[in-house]
Write a new protein. Sequence first.
Length: 123
Amino acid sequence: MIKFRAWDNECKVMREYDELKGLTLDALDASGFEFEQFTGLKDTYGKEIYEGDILATSSMVEGGEVTDYLKVEWREEYAGFYCGEKPLYACLSEWDNDTKLAQTYPEIVGNVHENPKLLEEDK
């Protein structure tokens, strides 16, 4: 099912699908909403993954745990959702094909509006 949520720039809150579906197109056009589409996929806890979410996954590297934070985004040139440099579906695994290391299944830890510092920490 195609569904959206929206970041309300005026109130600084995320509006979920159920809140939006009763609004008219005129009301949506007049608002300061930033729409984000549901990817059709879920995280390790069954939570729906939307464009703009931040996923966390951890791997053991040289005896220490390393956590990566990845922003889910739509890439027009590939007509698909990506996290980092990989297609989203490739991120949803307990194995990282690039590093050949086991990793935790990704979980949503925030979104780009409410938790932008998570992405800064990953640099």
